[in-house]
Design a protein around this ligand. Structure first.
Ligand code: GYE
Length: 333
């Protein structure tokens, strides 16, 4: 998923010979997002035969509408959209379709009445990520002799209405019912460290018995850890001795560093390096060759100890990787 596939040209290719692409990125809220932007920009470079127009919408859907209308007006060959939330896209995507411009959606999904408005999509299976996290928590706590009813969980959610948030929150809610865990609160924090720290400070004021914090990305986990440590409490996996167990998603360098320090108990990977796949899709769509409408990216989960060696999700065994410094050093984001 990392390299851009084709050998890059020595010289930049003339703009008139390039495929023109408008990329509406939803924001720069997290390490994941920054890596995602960089990966797509690298693979859609001049050297690779692309003329890229880029817009960062600062987590505002309205700004994404403006960007898409702008790309449509400029008659780009293809639009790439990383949408902030699922709903609300029908009109603006109809306009692109009427102008004959294909739209490739990346990362989160869009919910449109006419599914032909989306030419193709590439991203992660967020429900599966949640299932991995929850099954791990169930097996881990059982192995440590902790009763389901003793778990008091808070969910620091992502941006409400984003596919990643919906998948991760819903997965946790279902698991709480299935296993009998207590879900004390769910609060959104927009996937940012600052907001998550604030949210965690409030949660600590309102609940005395929190022993699991389910953070819907690494930047939120880092904010939550700061709040917990500043309040004098400890993060870790020894729930019986008052430590607060942190679960996170993304497995960015920043998150995995906290896993190695023993501060994030489990980090489920969400791979942002989608550039090569996007490049392949844009070429196939423009050249009229075959492509898959939906592409899911393979992902792993990382932990510091090997109490739980694997979990089974959708009848598939998913190995839990014991993180080492070498593995962390070998990763690109
Ligand atoms: O987990 C988070 C980012 O949609 C998968 O958005 C993405 C999420 C990712 O801000 O860090």
């Amino acid at each position: 998923m990392t390299a851009c596939g084709d050998a890059q040209a020595e010289e930049e290719i003339e703009p008139t010979q390039c495929i023109s692409v408008g990329f509406s990125q939803l924001g720069a809220e997290s390490d994941w997002r920054v890596a995602n932007t960089e990966s797509i920009k690298n693979c859609l470079s001049r050297h690779n035969g692309f003329e890229l127009m880029f817009d960062d919408a600062q987590q505002k859907q309205d700004k994404q509408f403006i960007a898409i209308r702008n790309f449509t007006q400029q008659e780009v060959d293809c639009i790439v959209l990383a949408p902030v939330m699922e709903t609300g896209w029908d009109t603006v995507l109809e306009e692109a379709r009427d102008a004959g411009i294909p739209v490739i959606v990346v990362d989160r999904q869009v919910k449109v009445t006419d599914t032909s408005l989306v030419t193709a999509w590439v991203g992660s299976d967020f429900s599966k990520e949640a299932d991995i996290a929850c099954q791990w928590l169930n097996s881990f706590t059982k192995a440590k002799g902790i009763e389901a009813g003793e778990l008091n969980i808070v969910d620091i959610q992502g941006t409400l209405g984003a596919t990643a948030q919906i998948g991760r929150t819903t997965g946790l809610e279902k698991a709480c019912i299935k296993y009998g865990w207590n879900l004390l609160a769910k609060v959104p924090a927009d996937y940012t460290q600052t907001k998550a720290k604030e949210v965690m400070q409030n949660l600590l004021r309102n609940y005395e018995n929190i022993n699991v914090v389910y953070c819907e990305n690494d930047n939120e986990a880092i904010g939550a850890i700061e709040a917990i440590e500043e309040s004098g409490l400890k993060v870790g996996t020894d729930i019986k001795n008052g430590e607060i167990l942190i679960i996170s998603f993304d497995a960015a360098n920043s998150g995995l560093t906290k896993v190695l320090e023993g501060k994030i108990a489990l980090d489920v990977e969400c791979n942002p390096l989608q550039g090569a796949e996007v490049q392949k899709l844009v070429k196939a769509v423009i050249n009229g060759t075959e492509y898959n409408k939906y592409t899911y990216i393979e992902e792993r989960a990382f932990c510091l100890d090997d109490t739980v060696k694997s979990v089974t999700v959708d009848d598939q065994e998913c190995k839990i990787t014991v993180l080492t410094q070498d593995i962390l050093n070998s990763r690109e984001y």
